[in-house]
Design a protein around this ligand. Structure first.
Ligand code: NI
Length: 201
């Protein structure tokens, strides 16, 4: 039995997802961590979640806005905070376009990530973030729509961590998929440059 290196999991899951009708153009690489995907991916869809203020939020609430969608959890030791910090920095570099973009942080650990916990956590990154959590079934449903893999594993110290695929999705104002960024190599300047290019000023 070959063990899959954990870092490859997001890619494997994405490749499986892409197998279902996405035209992949490897020649269109736009620099480190950036892949431009052409075609229509079946990524995204409706959701009914709750934001960090306890307010019910649906996918349709964000119609008319670009969204940067990231799945993670507040207890994540490294990748999530690094990614959110990169998003916050990039957000500060896109000028007036930021009025057309909302970063969404969707918890895949709703048992611990209550709205209150999300609110305290996201306050460290910036007021632009909308944190979303909800029932286990609502979170499972939105994760499926975004082809996000996650699984708990127990920690020796007690409690648990949540392995999760870690792609950052850019969705269009109509909710359709635009592109994704691999968070492990996310550079705020490169992300900002790509957002400036894709979002009409
Ligand atoms: Ni994480």
């Amino acid at each position: 039995m070959i063990r899959t290196p954990q870092a490859l999991l997001p890619w494997l899951f994405l490749l499986v997802a892409l197998g279902g009708g996405l035209l992949w153009s490897a020649s269109e690489m736009a620099g480190p961590g950036h892949a431009i995907v052409s075609g229509t991916a079946e990524v995204g869809g409706p959701f009914a979640l709750v934001d960090q203020n306890g307010k019910p939020r649906r996918e349709s609430d964000f119609r008319g806005l670009y969204r940067l969608v990231y799945f993670g959890y507040t207890n994540c030791p490294d990748v999530c905070p690094t990614t959110l910090a990169a998003i916050a920095q990039a957000f500060g570099k896109i000028g007036a376009r930021k009025t057309k973009l909302v970063p969404l942080f969707i918890s895949i650990d709703p048992e611990r990530d209550s709205p209150k916990v999300l609110k305290a956590y996201l306050s460290a990154f910036g007021p632009e973030f909308v944190g979303l959590t909800g029932s286990t079934s609502a979170v499972n449903s939105v994760a499926r729509e975004y082809r996000v893999y996650f699984a708990r594993h127990p920690l020796a110290s007690g409690g648990y961590a949540v392995d999760h695929s870690s792609l950052l999705y850019l969705m269009a104002p109509d909710g359709s998929f635009v592109t994704f960024y691999e968070d492990q190599s996310l550079e705020p300047d490169a992300l900002a440059a790509d957002l400036r290019k894709r979002i009409r000023g």
